[in-house]
Design a protein around this ligand. Structure first.
Ligand code: ADP
Length: 511
């Protein structure tokens, strides 16, 4: 398999399908020819500023055609892009930029960006930009993008992913559900999360159209599904909490108000465990729809494993499998000394191969901790920290985490990062953050147990609201605790670990 630079893959697509729509947003559609011309012009400007291979280009723009142009221009000069979500907290973006130290930050108001914007609507140039204009040919080992994820040491860490990882991932999807030129691929995910890499590049390497879900609809399940129906999307990623509504729209007794998504042929979901019965129903209700449960940390290029949901399932109550490791990668189920466990026994999933990230940006220590020599001696493998079990066919099922890492509304959260942010608040002397059911048997919410610096301070709604607001300035909303309890001290076991059973439960009055 050739693992080209992502720009080369895009330019080949643009040359083959110049008139296809590359991007279709609220302001109209932009074809491949114009997208390529604008990206090449922006790349010229980056090159003139000496930005090239080995550099980082942050793209801090709203999702739209210029965002795509910025990403393409970065890859065109051989740089890696850092996508930033402008709808998220500004302090978070500052933290990321301080850590990453990119050569350039592309913003919508910049002269360079403004100068190329008219090319998206201008009469298209003759010919198409050849890959020889930019981006030295590579074997795909160069960094393609850097995406930040929650860090257990209290600050986010940048995962550096090579182009070969993206090609490996896209090839696996093409094998399961090929989509050609003209197919419409929705883009629901925040650009700061790696599922957006799949959403964007799946379209741009196949002549497809990127169809963003407007920010105003993204959190509204019905508005999102209506949009996907109106936009006649062929391919979508949807998070687990959207699937019941999608299933209901495909059921025979649906009301007319709830329209199905008529052209949907490829559905990726995942990110956290999903009931198998629901996935099988979705699959059964929609002939021709390929439903894929994708599993994987950012460090393994979006998805390390894919499970294609079968038409029928004898045991819909069992845990949903996460499938087999993406073709080209290798997976190992290992014990805590990194020796293979017997088939059928739980162990940590470790992944090797082209999909494995290059490491954490500017952080060799954390890289060395998690990216270790592969169990088969071939390169490095990433220790996912996820416990899985393999059946006799090699199909894997996710059982849980080794560590404290959580998923809150699909977003990966290290409670230690929230704890670190709370410790920076003068009112707080000590803290423990974990997921706890808000009501007996109910869903877990992020809960902070705090010891106040001033024992006489009034713990109550005002204090908690103030703390939440400050945390929301710097953390993703999912990392902000929903509930707070004031304690006199954080209970510890005799070996110095958090004594979880000694923490007050949701039945007790909230402080
Ligand atoms: P992504 O955004 O691709 O889910 P993250 O790096 O944010 O990647 O989170 C990865 C973690 O999420 C995994 O290590 C695992 O714990 C959990 N996870 C991801 N996908 C699934 C899935 N399909 N089933 C169960 N857990 C999942």
């Amino acid at each position: 398999m050739t693992h080209r630079n992502l720009w080369q893959a895009f330019v080949e697509t643009a040359a083959a399908h110049p008139g296809q729509e590359a991007f279709a947003g609220p302001d109209g559609a932009v074809d491949y020819r114009r997208t390529a011309a604008a990206a090449a012009a922006l790349a010229d400007r980056l090159a003139a500023r000496n930005v090239g291979a080995g550099d980082l280009v942050a793209v801090e723009m709203p999702v739209g055609p210029l965002f795509v142009v910025g990403v393409l221009a970065a890859t065109a000069v051989g740089a890696a892009y850092i996508p930033l979500d402008v709808t998220g907290p500004a302090k978070r973006r500052e933290q990321i930029l301080t850590d990453a130290r990119p050569s350039v930050v592309l913003r919508a108001g910049d002269d360079d960006v403004r100068a190329v914007a008219p090319l998206l609507t201008a009469p298209p140039p003759a010919g198409s930009p050849g890959p020889e204009r930019h981006a030295p040919a590579t074997d795909g080992d160069d960094p393609a993008y850097v995406i930040y994820t929650s860090g257990s040491t209290g600050r986010p860490k940048g995962v550096v992913v090579p182009a070969r990882g993206v090609h490996t991932l896209l090839a696996a999807f093409r094998r399961r559900a090929p989509l050609g030129p003209g197919a419409r691929h929705s883009w629901w995910t925040s650009p700061g999360f790696d599922v957006s890499v799949y959403e964007m590049w799946s379209a741009l390497t196949s002549g497809g159209t990127v169809v963003p879900v407007p920010d105003a609809y993204r959190r509204d399940i019905d508005a999102t599904l209506d949009h996907l129906a109106d936009q006649r999307v062929d391919s979508a990623y949807l998070p687990p909490q959207f699937l019941t509504a999608l299933r209901d729209r495909t059921a025979g007794d649906r009301t007319d108000a709830a329209r199905p998504v008529p052209r949907l042929r490829r559905l990726l979901t995942g990110v956290e465990p999903i009931p198998l019965g629901l996935l099988v129903e979705l699959r059964e209700h929609t002939p021709g729809l390929v439903v894929i449960n994708g599993y994987g940390p950012t460090e393994t290029t979006v998805c390390a494993t894919l499970y294609t949901v079968p038409d029928h399932c004898a045991e819909p109550q069992r845990r949903t499998p996460i499938g087999a490791v993406v073709e080209g990668n290798r997976g190992f189920v290992l014990d805590d000394r990194l020796a293979p466990v017997e088939q059928g026994r739980p162990g940590e999933l470790c992944v090797a191969g082209p999909g494995v990230a290059l490491g954490y940006l500017h952080d060799p220590d954390r890289t060395a901790e998690r990216f270790v020599p592969a169990a088969d001696g071939d390169g490095l493998m990433y220790r996912t920290g996820d416990i899985v079990v393999a059946d006799a066919t090699g199909e894997l099922t996710f059982l849980g985490r080794i560590d404290d890492q959580l998923k809150i509304d699909g977003v990966r959260i290290e409670p230690a990062e929230t704890e670190a942010a709370l410790r920076r608040c003068a009112e707080i002397a000590d803290v423990a953050v974990l997921a706890r059911p808000a009501s007996p048997g109910g869903p877990s919410v992020l809960t902070a147990f705090v010891v106040l610096a001033d024992a006489d301070a009034l713990a109550g709604a005002d204090l908690w609201t103030g703390l939440k607001a400050r945390l929301a300035d710097e953390l993703p909303s999912q990392a902000v605790p929903r509930r707070f309890f004031a304690l006199e001290r954080i209970p510890m076991t005799s070996d110095g670990k958090l004594d979880r059973p000694a923490l007050p439960t949701s039945d007790e009055p909230r402080a």
